[in-house]
Design a protein around this ligand. Structure first.
Ligand SMILES: *Cc1c(COP(=O)(O)O)cnc(C)c1O
Length: 430
Protein backbone atom coordinates (compact mmCIF):
# COMPACT_ATOMS: atom_id res chain seq x y z
CA UNK A 1 0.00 0.00 0.00
CA UNK A 2 1.22 3.45 -0.87
CA UNK A 3 -0.01 5.84 1.72
CA UNK A 4 2.79 8.32 1.87
CA UNK A 5 2.37 10.78 -0.98
CA UNK A 6 4.09 13.59 0.90
CA UNK A 7 7.66 12.82 0.08
CA UNK A 8 7.24 11.85 -3.56
CA UNK A 9 7.68 14.19 -6.47
CA UNK A 10 5.37 14.55 -9.45
CA UNK A 11 7.39 12.20 -11.63
CA UNK A 12 7.27 9.42 -9.00
CA UNK A 13 3.58 9.97 -8.38
CA UNK A 14 2.86 9.82 -12.10
CA UNK A 15 4.62 6.45 -12.34
CA UNK A 16 2.32 5.20 -9.60
CA UNK A 17 -0.74 6.74 -11.23
CA UNK A 18 0.08 5.04 -14.53
CA UNK A 19 -0.37 1.69 -12.78
CA UNK A 20 -3.84 2.41 -11.49
CA UNK A 21 -5.51 4.67 -14.04
CA UNK A 22 -5.40 4.76 -17.86
CA UNK A 23 -2.66 7.20 -18.78
CA UNK A 24 -2.39 7.97 -15.08
CA UNK A 25 -5.37 10.32 -15.18
CA UNK A 26 -9.14 10.55 -14.82
CA UNK A 27 -9.63 12.93 -17.75
CA UNK A 28 -7.27 12.86 -20.76
CA UNK A 29 -6.00 16.45 -21.05
CA UNK A 30 -4.60 16.34 -17.53
CA UNK A 31 -1.90 13.90 -18.61
CA UNK A 32 0.45 16.35 -20.42
CA UNK A 33 0.30 14.02 -23.40
CA UNK A 34 2.70 15.20 -26.12
CA UNK A 35 4.48 17.54 -23.75
CA UNK A 36 7.30 15.12 -22.89
CA UNK A 37 7.15 15.41 -19.16
CA UNK A 38 5.10 14.10 -16.28
CA UNK A 39 2.13 16.23 -15.25
CA UNK A 40 2.53 18.30 -12.10
CA UNK A 41 0.81 16.75 -9.11
CA UNK A 42 -0.96 19.37 -7.05
CA UNK A 43 -1.95 19.26 -3.44
CA UNK A 44 -3.55 22.60 -2.78
CA UNK A 45 -5.26 25.51 -4.51
CA UNK A 46 -6.13 29.01 -3.37
CA UNK A 47 -7.31 32.04 -5.33
CA UNK A 48 -5.26 32.29 -8.51
CA UNK A 49 -2.66 29.80 -7.24
CA UNK A 50 -1.94 26.11 -7.32
CA UNK A 51 0.62 24.44 -5.06
CA UNK A 52 2.40 21.33 -6.27
CA UNK A 53 3.64 18.42 -4.18
CA UNK A 54 7.09 19.99 -4.58
CA UNK A 55 5.72 23.08 -2.78
CA UNK A 56 6.08 25.15 -5.91
CA UNK A 57 3.41 27.81 -6.46
CA UNK A 58 1.90 28.41 -9.88
CA UNK A 59 -0.35 31.17 -11.19
CA UNK A 60 -3.21 29.06 -12.53
CA UNK A 61 -4.90 29.89 -15.85
CA UNK A 62 -6.56 26.50 -16.16
CA UNK A 63 -8.90 27.05 -13.21
CA UNK A 64 -10.17 23.50 -13.52
CA UNK A 65 -11.04 24.22 -17.17
CA UNK A 66 -13.48 26.97 -16.38
CA UNK A 67 -15.72 26.40 -13.37
CA UNK A 68 -13.78 28.65 -10.99
CA UNK A 69 -14.70 32.13 -12.16
CA UNK A 70 -14.02 33.48 -8.66
CA UNK A 71 -10.77 31.55 -8.38
CA UNK A 72 -10.01 28.60 -6.11
CA UNK A 73 -11.82 28.41 -2.79
CA UNK A 74 -13.41 31.84 -2.85
CA UNK A 75 -14.03 32.70 0.83
CA UNK A 76 -17.77 33.44 0.40
CA UNK A 77 -18.35 30.24 -1.52
CA UNK A 78 -16.23 28.31 0.98
CA UNK A 79 -18.36 29.60 3.86
CA UNK A 80 -21.57 28.44 2.15
CA UNK A 81 -20.03 25.09 1.34
CA UNK A 82 -18.92 24.60 4.95
CA UNK A 83 -22.37 25.53 6.16
CA UNK A 84 -23.92 23.07 3.73
CA UNK A 85 -21.54 20.28 4.75
CA UNK A 86 -22.77 20.81 8.29
CA UNK A 87 -26.41 20.81 7.20
CA UNK A 88 -26.90 18.05 4.63
CA UNK A 89 -24.92 16.34 1.87
CA UNK A 90 -27.59 14.82 -0.29
CA UNK A 91 -31.24 13.99 0.18
CA UNK A 92 -32.50 12.05 -2.81
CA UNK A 93 -35.68 13.93 -2.05
CA UNK A 94 -37.11 17.37 -2.69
CA UNK A 95 -35.26 20.13 -0.85
CA UNK A 96 -34.98 23.89 -0.79
CA UNK A 97 -31.48 24.36 -2.27
CA UNK A 98 -32.10 23.44 -5.89
CA UNK A 99 -35.36 25.37 -5.74
CA UNK A 100 -33.46 28.52 -4.83
CA UNK A 101 -30.92 28.16 -7.63
CA UNK A 102 -33.60 27.21 -10.17
CA UNK A 103 -35.71 30.22 -9.20
CA UNK A 104 -32.70 32.51 -9.35
CA UNK A 105 -31.78 31.30 -12.84
CA UNK A 106 -35.29 31.33 -14.29
CA UNK A 107 -36.01 34.79 -12.89
CA UNK A 108 -32.65 36.19 -14.07
CA UNK A 109 -32.55 34.55 -17.50
CA UNK A 110 -36.00 34.84 -19.10
CA UNK A 111 -35.21 32.27 -21.83
CA UNK A 112 -34.77 29.64 -19.12
CA UNK A 113 -38.44 29.04 -18.42
CA UNK A 114 -37.85 25.63 -16.89
CA UNK A 115 -34.73 23.64 -16.14
CA UNK A 116 -33.40 20.38 -14.79
CA UNK A 117 -30.15 20.00 -12.83
CA UNK A 118 -27.77 17.14 -13.58
CA UNK A 119 -24.18 16.45 -12.51
CA UNK A 120 -22.06 17.35 -15.54
CA UNK A 121 -22.06 19.18 -18.84
CA UNK A 122 -22.04 15.88 -20.69
CA UNK A 123 -25.22 14.80 -18.96
CA UNK A 124 -26.87 18.12 -19.72
CA UNK A 125 -26.08 17.81 -23.43
CA UNK A 126 -27.10 14.16 -23.61
CA UNK A 127 -30.44 14.95 -22.01
CA UNK A 128 -31.10 18.00 -24.18
CA UNK A 129 -30.60 15.86 -27.30
CA UNK A 130 -33.09 13.32 -25.97
CA UNK A 131 -35.66 16.07 -25.44
CA UNK A 132 -35.04 17.40 -28.96
CA UNK A 133 -35.56 13.97 -30.51
CA UNK A 134 -38.71 13.41 -28.51
CA UNK A 135 -40.10 16.84 -29.34
CA UNK A 136 -39.52 16.57 -33.08
CA UNK A 137 -39.84 12.83 -33.69
CA UNK A 138 -36.62 13.13 -35.72
CA UNK A 139 -33.34 11.33 -35.12
CA UNK A 140 -30.47 13.31 -36.57
CA UNK A 141 -28.40 15.94 -34.84
CA UNK A 142 -26.23 18.49 -36.60
CA UNK A 143 -23.03 19.64 -34.94
CA UNK A 144 -20.08 21.75 -36.02
CA UNK A 145 -16.50 20.67 -36.61
CA UNK A 146 -14.36 21.62 -33.64
CA UNK A 147 -17.24 22.05 -31.21
CA UNK A 148 -17.03 19.86 -28.11
CA UNK A 149 -20.15 18.80 -26.29
CA UNK A 150 -18.83 16.35 -23.75
CA UNK A 151 -18.28 12.64 -24.23
CA UNK A 152 -21.78 11.74 -25.39
CA UNK A 153 -21.51 8.89 -27.95
CA UNK A 154 -23.44 10.67 -30.65
CA UNK A 155 -21.37 13.84 -30.37
CA UNK A 156 -17.90 12.34 -30.38
CA UNK A 157 -18.09 12.55 -34.11
CA UNK A 158 -16.08 14.55 -36.58
CA UNK A 159 -16.77 15.31 -40.20
CA UNK A 160 -16.25 12.84 -42.98
CA UNK A 161 -14.97 14.39 -46.17
CA UNK A 162 -18.40 15.02 -47.61
CA UNK A 163 -21.73 16.05 -46.27
CA UNK A 164 -23.44 12.86 -47.32
CA UNK A 165 -24.25 11.97 -43.74
CA UNK A 166 -21.57 9.32 -43.45
CA UNK A 167 -19.90 10.66 -40.37
CA UNK A 168 -16.90 9.00 -38.80
CA UNK A 169 -16.58 8.76 -35.05
CA UNK A 170 -13.58 10.35 -33.35
CA UNK A 171 -13.53 7.77 -30.58
CA UNK A 172 -13.28 4.02 -30.60
CA UNK A 173 -16.24 2.22 -29.10
CA UNK A 174 -18.95 4.18 -30.84
CA UNK A 175 -21.09 2.22 -33.22
CA UNK A 176 -21.38 3.31 -36.83
CA UNK A 177 -25.16 3.34 -36.46
CA UNK A 178 -24.95 5.92 -33.67
CA UNK A 179 -22.30 8.00 -35.46
CA UNK A 180 -24.41 8.05 -38.60
CA UNK A 181 -27.13 9.93 -36.76
CA UNK A 182 -24.79 12.88 -36.30
CA UNK A 183 -24.18 15.24 -39.18
CA UNK A 184 -21.18 17.53 -39.07
CA UNK A 185 -20.54 20.78 -40.88
CA UNK A 186 -17.78 23.41 -40.60
CA UNK A 187 -18.17 26.53 -38.52
CA UNK A 188 -18.33 29.89 -40.29
CA UNK A 189 -19.75 28.44 -43.51
CA UNK A 190 -23.31 29.43 -44.39
CA UNK A 191 -23.22 27.63 -47.72
CA UNK A 192 -22.30 24.23 -46.34
CA UNK A 193 -24.87 24.69 -43.60
CA UNK A 194 -27.55 25.36 -46.20
CA UNK A 195 -26.43 22.31 -48.15
CA UNK A 196 -26.79 19.99 -45.14
CA UNK A 197 -30.25 21.36 -44.49
CA UNK A 198 -31.15 21.04 -48.13
CA UNK A 199 -30.26 17.33 -48.02
CA UNK A 200 -31.31 16.45 -44.46
CA UNK A 201 -33.48 19.27 -43.08
CA UNK A 202 -36.54 17.09 -42.55
CA UNK A 203 -34.47 14.60 -40.48
CA UNK A 204 -32.67 17.06 -38.21
CA UNK A 205 -34.08 17.09 -34.68
CA UNK A 206 -31.65 19.72 -33.48
CA UNK A 207 -28.58 21.73 -34.23
CA UNK A 208 -26.19 21.94 -31.32
CA UNK A 209 -23.50 24.61 -31.24
CA UNK A 210 -21.07 26.17 -28.83
CA UNK A 211 -22.07 29.77 -29.60
CA UNK A 212 -18.55 30.69 -28.52
CA UNK A 213 -16.51 27.65 -29.55
CA UNK A 214 -13.75 27.39 -26.95
CA UNK A 215 -12.74 23.74 -26.85
CA UNK A 216 -10.57 23.62 -29.97
CA UNK A 217 -8.86 26.93 -29.68
CA UNK A 218 -11.08 29.97 -29.44
CA UNK A 219 -13.09 30.11 -32.66
CA UNK A 220 -15.13 33.29 -32.37
CA UNK A 221 -18.04 33.17 -34.82
CA UNK A 222 -19.44 36.03 -36.86
CA UNK A 223 -22.84 37.12 -35.44
CA UNK A 224 -24.29 36.70 -38.96
CA UNK A 225 -23.28 33.07 -38.98
CA UNK A 226 -25.00 32.41 -35.65
CA UNK A 227 -28.07 34.27 -36.94
CA UNK A 228 -28.07 32.06 -40.00
CA UNK A 229 -27.90 28.93 -37.83
CA UNK A 230 -30.91 30.14 -35.85
CA UNK A 231 -32.86 31.08 -38.97
CA UNK A 232 -32.28 27.82 -40.77
CA UNK A 233 -33.35 25.84 -37.68
CA UNK A 234 -36.55 27.81 -37.53
CA UNK A 235 -37.27 27.36 -41.23
CA UNK A 236 -36.82 23.59 -40.93
CA UNK A 237 -38.58 23.08 -37.60
CA UNK A 238 -35.33 21.83 -36.09
CA UNK A 239 -34.54 22.85 -32.54
CA UNK A 240 -31.56 25.03 -31.72
CA UNK A 241 -29.46 24.02 -28.72
CA UNK A 242 -26.87 26.45 -27.39
CA UNK A 243 -24.22 24.51 -25.51
CA UNK A 244 -23.13 27.14 -23.02
CA UNK A 245 -21.28 24.78 -20.70
CA UNK A 246 -18.14 26.87 -21.14
CA UNK A 247 -19.56 30.26 -22.21
CA UNK A 248 -22.51 30.34 -19.82
CA UNK A 249 -21.97 32.68 -16.85
CA UNK A 250 -18.47 33.25 -18.31
CA UNK A 251 -18.94 35.80 -21.09
CA UNK A 252 -21.65 37.52 -19.05
CA UNK A 253 -24.57 36.66 -16.80
CA UNK A 254 -26.76 35.74 -19.77
CA UNK A 255 -23.94 34.07 -21.71
CA UNK A 256 -24.03 34.03 -25.48
CA UNK A 257 -27.84 34.08 -25.52
CA UNK A 258 -27.67 37.57 -24.13
CA UNK A 259 -24.67 38.60 -26.26
CA UNK A 260 -26.15 37.44 -29.56
CA UNK A 261 -29.80 38.14 -28.84
CA UNK A 262 -30.56 34.72 -30.32
CA UNK A 263 -33.17 32.70 -28.47
CA UNK A 264 -32.34 29.00 -28.65
CA UNK A 265 -34.93 26.35 -27.80
CA UNK A 266 -32.72 24.66 -25.24
CA UNK A 267 -29.55 25.71 -23.43
CA UNK A 268 -27.03 23.55 -21.59
CA UNK A 269 -24.84 24.69 -18.71
CA UNK A 270 -22.10 23.20 -16.57
CA UNK A 271 -18.78 24.39 -15.17
CA UNK A 272 -19.48 27.79 -13.47
CA UNK A 273 -23.05 26.84 -12.53
CA UNK A 274 -21.71 24.53 -9.82
CA UNK A 275 -19.09 26.95 -8.49
CA UNK A 276 -16.42 24.23 -8.57
CA UNK A 277 -18.69 21.28 -7.73
CA UNK A 278 -20.24 18.82 -10.21
CA UNK A 279 -23.39 20.47 -11.56
CA UNK A 280 -24.87 20.64 -15.02
CA UNK A 281 -28.19 21.98 -16.19
CA UNK A 282 -30.39 21.94 -19.24
CA UNK A 283 -33.43 24.04 -19.81
CA UNK A 284 -35.30 26.46 -21.99
CA UNK A 285 -38.84 26.57 -23.28
CA UNK A 286 -41.35 25.22 -20.75
CA UNK A 287 -43.27 23.26 -23.37
CA UNK A 288 -40.07 21.35 -24.21
CA UNK A 289 -38.96 20.83 -20.62
CA UNK A 290 -42.43 19.54 -19.76
CA UNK A 291 -41.58 16.54 -21.93
CA UNK A 292 -39.10 15.44 -19.25
CA UNK A 293 -40.17 12.79 -16.69
CA UNK A 294 -42.15 12.78 -14.52
CA UNK A 295 -44.24 15.43 -16.29
CA UNK A 296 -43.48 13.85 -19.70
CA UNK A 297 -42.14 10.69 -21.29
CA UNK A 298 -38.47 11.63 -21.72
CA UNK A 299 -36.74 9.71 -18.96
CA UNK A 300 -33.81 11.37 -17.23
CA UNK A 301 -32.71 10.95 -13.64
CA UNK A 302 -29.71 11.21 -11.30
CA UNK A 303 -28.98 9.94 -7.79
CA UNK A 304 -26.87 12.98 -6.92
CA UNK A 305 -28.59 15.47 -9.26
CA UNK A 306 -29.04 18.95 -7.77
CA UNK A 307 -26.56 18.11 -5.07
CA UNK A 308 -27.02 20.70 -2.31
CA UNK A 309 -23.32 21.54 -1.99
CA UNK A 310 -23.09 22.29 -5.71
CA UNK A 311 -26.36 24.22 -5.58
CA UNK A 312 -25.08 26.49 -2.80
CA UNK A 313 -21.64 26.90 -4.37
CA UNK A 314 -23.22 27.78 -7.71
CA UNK A 315 -25.75 30.25 -6.34
CA UNK A 316 -23.16 31.96 -4.14
CA UNK A 317 -20.77 32.24 -7.08
CA UNK A 318 -23.37 33.72 -9.40
CA UNK A 319 -24.71 36.18 -6.86
CA UNK A 320 -21.22 37.34 -5.98
CA UNK A 321 -20.36 37.85 -9.65
CA UNK A 322 -23.54 39.86 -10.08
CA UNK A 323 -22.90 41.96 -6.97
CA UNK A 324 -19.30 42.78 -7.99
CA UNK A 325 -20.18 43.44 -11.65
CA UNK A 326 -17.66 40.64 -12.08
CA UNK A 327 -18.05 40.17 -15.81
CA UNK A 328 -17.06 43.78 -16.49
CA UNK A 329 -14.17 43.56 -14.07
CA UNK A 330 -12.91 40.43 -15.81
CA UNK A 331 -13.33 41.93 -19.26
CA UNK A 332 -11.17 44.90 -18.27
CA UNK A 333 -8.50 42.86 -16.54
CA UNK A 334 -8.31 40.33 -19.35
CA UNK A 335 -8.07 43.07 -22.00
CA UNK A 336 -5.11 44.62 -20.21
CA UNK A 337 -3.45 41.24 -19.76
CA UNK A 338 -3.95 40.34 -23.42
CA UNK A 339 -2.65 43.72 -24.52
CA UNK A 340 0.51 43.26 -22.45
CA UNK A 341 1.05 39.87 -24.06
CA UNK A 342 0.36 41.17 -27.57
CA UNK A 343 2.80 44.03 -27.08
CA UNK A 344 5.38 41.68 -25.62
CA UNK A 345 5.12 39.18 -28.48
CA UNK A 346 5.29 42.03 -31.02
CA UNK A 347 8.31 43.58 -29.35
CA UNK A 348 10.17 40.29 -29.62
CA UNK A 349 8.92 40.01 -33.17
CA UNK A 350 7.48 36.57 -32.47
CA UNK A 351 4.96 34.83 -34.73
CA UNK A 352 2.67 34.30 -31.73
CA UNK A 353 -0.73 35.86 -31.22
CA UNK A 354 -3.33 35.92 -28.50
CA UNK A 355 -7.09 36.27 -28.85
CA UNK A 356 -9.63 36.70 -26.12
CA UNK A 357 -13.33 36.87 -25.57
CA UNK A 358 -14.39 38.10 -22.15
CA UNK A 359 -12.14 36.24 -19.69
CA UNK A 360 -11.23 33.41 -22.08
CA UNK A 361 -7.95 33.67 -23.95
CA UNK A 362 -6.06 31.56 -26.43
CA UNK A 363 -2.40 31.83 -27.42
CA UNK A 364 -1.73 30.61 -30.94
CA UNK A 365 0.71 30.72 -33.81
CA UNK A 366 0.63 33.58 -36.26
CA UNK A 367 -2.32 33.75 -38.62
CA UNK A 368 -3.04 36.51 -41.13
CA UNK A 369 -6.80 35.97 -40.78
CA UNK A 370 -9.16 35.69 -37.83
CA UNK A 371 -9.31 32.01 -36.85
CA UNK A 372 -12.92 30.87 -37.01
CA UNK A 373 -12.57 27.23 -38.10
CA UNK A 374 -10.26 24.39 -37.15
CA UNK A 375 -8.75 24.41 -40.66
CA UNK A 376 -7.48 27.94 -40.03
CA UNK A 377 -5.46 26.94 -36.96
CA UNK A 378 -1.75 27.21 -37.89
CA UNK A 379 -0.06 23.87 -38.54
CA UNK A 380 2.67 24.57 -36.02
CA UNK A 381 0.22 25.21 -33.16
CA UNK A 382 1.21 22.21 -31.05
CA UNK A 383 4.94 22.87 -31.48
CA UNK A 384 4.60 26.60 -30.77
CA UNK A 385 2.60 25.89 -27.65
CA UNK A 386 4.83 23.18 -26.25
CA UNK A 387 7.92 25.32 -25.71
CA UNK A 388 5.94 28.24 -24.39
CA UNK A 389 3.98 26.01 -22.02
CA UNK A 390 7.03 24.21 -20.61
CA UNK A 391 9.06 27.37 -20.04
CA UNK A 392 6.08 29.15 -18.46
CA UNK A 393 5.52 26.18 -16.21
CA UNK A 394 9.14 26.29 -15.12
CA UNK A 395 8.73 29.94 -14.19
CA UNK A 396 5.52 29.35 -12.25
CA UNK A 397 2.66 29.87 -14.71
CA UNK A 398 0.27 26.97 -15.24
CA UNK A 399 -1.56 27.14 -18.56
CA UNK A 400 -4.00 24.40 -19.55
CA UNK A 401 -1.64 21.66 -20.77
CA UNK A 402 -2.83 21.49 -24.38
CA UNK A 403 -2.34 23.73 -27.40
CA UNK A 404 -6.05 23.73 -28.18
CA UNK A 405 -7.37 24.58 -24.74
CA UNK A 406 -8.17 28.16 -23.77
CA UNK A 407 -7.00 29.96 -20.63
CA UNK A 408 -9.30 31.37 -17.97
CA UNK A 409 -8.90 34.57 -15.96
CA UNK A 410 -10.70 34.54 -12.61
CA UNK A 411 -11.65 37.26 -10.15
CA UNK A 412 -8.69 36.14 -8.05
CA UNK A 413 -6.28 37.20 -10.80
CA UNK A 414 -5.45 40.79 -9.83
CA UNK A 415 -4.05 43.25 -12.37
CA UNK A 416 -0.69 43.00 -10.62
CA UNK A 417 -0.65 39.22 -10.84
CA UNK A 418 -1.69 39.33 -14.47
CA UNK A 419 1.14 41.68 -15.36
CA UNK A 420 3.55 39.37 -13.57
CA UNK A 421 2.17 36.38 -15.47
CA UNK A 422 2.32 38.27 -18.76
CA UNK A 423 6.03 38.96 -18.21
CA UNK A 424 6.68 35.29 -17.56
CA UNK A 425 4.76 34.15 -20.63
CA UNK A 426 6.51 36.72 -22.83
CA UNK A 427 9.90 35.61 -21.52
CA UNK A 428 8.87 32.02 -22.24
CA UNK A 429 7.91 32.72 -25.82
CA UNK A 430 10.66 32.23 -28.37
C1 LIG B 1 -16.80 21.13 -20.73
C2 LIG B 1 -17.83 21.09 -21.78
C3 LIG B 1 -18.75 20.04 -21.88
C4 LIG B 1 -18.67 18.81 -21.01
O1 LIG B 1 -18.91 19.10 -19.67
P1 LIG B 1 -18.40 18.03 -18.57
O2 LIG B 1 -18.85 18.62 -17.28
O3 LIG B 1 -16.93 17.92 -18.73
O4 LIG B 1 -19.10 16.76 -18.87
C5 LIG B 1 -19.75 20.13 -22.83
N1 LIG B 1 -19.83 21.18 -23.64
C6 LIG B 1 -18.97 22.20 -23.59
C7 LIG B 1 -19.14 23.37 -24.50
C8 LIG B 1 -17.93 22.19 -22.66
O5 LIG B 1 -17.05 23.20 -22.63
Amino acid sequence: MHTNTNTMNSEELFQRALKVAPGGVHSPVRSFKGLDRAPVFFKEAHGAFLTSVENKKYIDFCQSFGPLILGHRDPEVAEEVHRMVDTAWTFGATEIYSLELAEWITSTLPFMEKLRFVSSGTEAVMSALRVARAATGRHKILKFEGCYHGHVDSLLVKAGSGLAGTSASSSAGISAEVAALTLVTPLNDEEKLAEVFHNHGHEIAAVIIEPLPANYGLLVQRPEFLQKVAAICKANNSLLIFDEVISGFRVGLGGMVEKTGIQPDLVTYGKIIGGGFPVGCYGGKAELMNLVAPSGDVYQAGTLSANPIGMRAGLTTLKKMQRLDGWNVLEQRTSKFVKALRDGFAKKDLPIQIDHSASLFWIHGHSAEVIRTIEQIPQNQAATFKGLFLRSLDKGVYLAPNAYEVGFVSMAHTDELLQQAAQIIIESAV
